[in-house]
Design a protein around this ligand. Structure first.
Ligand code: GLV
Ligand code: MN
Ligand code: MN
Length: 471
């Protein structure tokens, strides 16, 4: 049964949530709260709507302090943040989060690769839980809000609900996902991808190494996690573990700020893909080898990078994007013709087929460029080619109703960035809440979201979780 909130029901809830009323031995406060949240008008409202809204109180100051403190666990100087999977700073940051989860009264557990779960047990604990969360790893020289708002904000949303006197029917679970960013091992959304049951990833991780040739398992073990390859299937979520999953995140685009809208309700997440390409040539002396005798794979890489831009633009849609974010030349000396080049290409679209056409063109182009230059295309590896994900209708409704009840302007929009929600959508109904960020900046130190916007997002998240917990 889908339960709907009404303004009056919420007003009743908060009137009933004062400690004096909760302390009443005559009534079961748990059931009472459930009835209130479920929209049963068991009492007439005694207060104005505005009073109700203000009783969902976010501790904005503490939350901002936590965001600032977390940003100090970084391998690059402020204002940039660099927090790479299983690094010392990542381990310290994880400890910080686990401590906050504990302080919020959540029971904390970790899986074999360090996905962290903080659970607030519902009064019907056999029902599947409602999940929320995001990531805290940060790409090199990025900002302090990406992912972090969805983890610290989720813990604060739990605090908001606890302070309001709410008692969840379904358990609420805050999740910190391991390595949403692909920085260390080239695999995006590593934790949520594995949670969603990717056997291919579990297999690939057996031989995965980072840029320093450190294996995934050695790195995980150094952070206190698994060493055992057989362990990884334990990360897979059991079917039906979550009845809903909601992620709070900065928009990472300029729309909400430009339009002066408080809340973005995400209807779909664009389909990301990433590709690794290696060319090999003869290299040689930059002075002695004449131009007709070269097979310069630095130029092969440059040509392919330009081809990526051309194919993306040829798609004719503004929604198709492509980026060559990594381009490495070997041996990397000014007076040596590159003998190896390595590119990593990110391409995305809200239309999966259109994105796949771009990938195919890039592949054909890499073959042609190598042959034209007498070079060897030693690797063309599609690391991931993920489909898009759609948000769930009842979660969309819950997010929209929450925004309205909180009197916050909202807008339906797509997410061009990927998120752990893309993978949670494979195992649970999914939804995402966006908040504005300064000029849409993200993945750079200038990334910023105001305390007010964060607080709005936390309120919408809290109310949405409450509604979903009672469904
Ligand atoms: C996530 O960080 C992305 O690149 O979309
Ligand atoms: Mn990111
Ligand atoms: Mn993110």
């Amino acid at each position: 049964m889908s339960l709907k909130f009404s303004h009056s029901a919420i007003i009743v809830l908060f009137l009933c949530s004062f400690p004096a009323i909760l302390a009443d031995e005559e009534e079961d406060p748990t059931i009472k709260t459930m009835e209130d949240f479920s929209g049963y008008p068991i009492h007439e409202p005694h207060s104005s709507f505005q009073n109700t809204v203000s009783s969902l109180s976010v501790d904005t100051q503490s939350l901002q302090k936590q965001i600032d403190e977390l940003s100090t666990f970084s391998d690059t100087p402020a204002p940039s943040v660099t927090r790479i999977l299983y690094s010392d700073k990542d381990v310290l940051a994880r400890r910080f989060i686990k401590n906050l989860m504990g302080l919020s009264g959540l029971s904390v557990r970790e899986d074999a690769i360090g996905n962290i779960f903080g659970r607030w047990e519902g009064y019907n604990p056999d029902l599947s839980a409602v999940g929320t969360g995001s990531h805290i790893d940060a790409i090199p020289y990025s900002g302090k809000y990406d992912g972090v708002v969805g983890v610290l904000g989720a813990i604060e949303a739990i605090n908001v609900l606890k302070r309001s006197g709410f008692k969840p029917k379904r358990s609420l679970e805050v999740i910190l996902f391991t390595s949403e960013e692909p920085t260390r091992f080239g695999i995006s959304c590593l934790g949520s991808r594995l949670m969603a049951g990717s056997k291919a990833l579990a297999n690939a991780l057996k031989t995965t190494v980072d840029g320093q040739n450190i294996s995934f398992f050695d790195a995980a073990q150094s952070a206190g996690y698994t060493k055992d390859e057989g362990d990884l299937s334990s990360v897979f979520l059991e079917k039906g573990s979550y009845s809903a999953f909601v992620e709070l995140h900065i928009e990472q685009g300029p729309i909400l700020e430009d339009e002066g809208i408080s809340i973005g309700i995400v209807t779909a997440i664009a389909a990301p893909a990433s590709i690794k390409v290696d060319f090999q040539g003869n290299g040689g002396h930059a002075g002695a080898v004449l131009m007709p005798n070269r097979n310069d794979v630095g130029l092969a890489a440059a040509e392919l990078a330009l081809a990526v831009e051309r194919y993306v633009l040829e798609s004719g849609s503004i929604d198709t994007v492509g980026t060559v974010g990594i381009l490495e030349l070997h041996p990397g000396a000014i007076n040596s013709i590159p003998s190896k080049s390595h590119l990593e290409i990110d391409t995305r679209d809200i239309d999966e087929e259109r994105r796949n056409i771009v990938i195919e063109k890039i592949h054909q182009s890499a073959i042609t460029i190598a042959s034209k230059r007498g070079a060897n295309l030693s690797e063309f590896k599609i690391v991931n080619q993920d489909p898009p994900a759609l948000s769930d209708k009842s979660i969309l409704e819950a997010m929209e109703a929450s925004s309205k009840e909180l009197n916050l302007t909202h807008k339906f929009m797509i997410s061009r960035a990927y998120h752990d929600s893309l993978f949670m959508a494979r195992v649970s109904p999914m939804g995402m809440i966006f908040i504005p960020c300064y000029k849409g900046y993200s993945h750079k130190p200038e990334e910023y979201a105001s305390s007010q916007d964060i607080s709005n997002g936390v309120k919408v998240l809290a109310l949405t979780l409450a509604k979903l917990s009672l469904q």
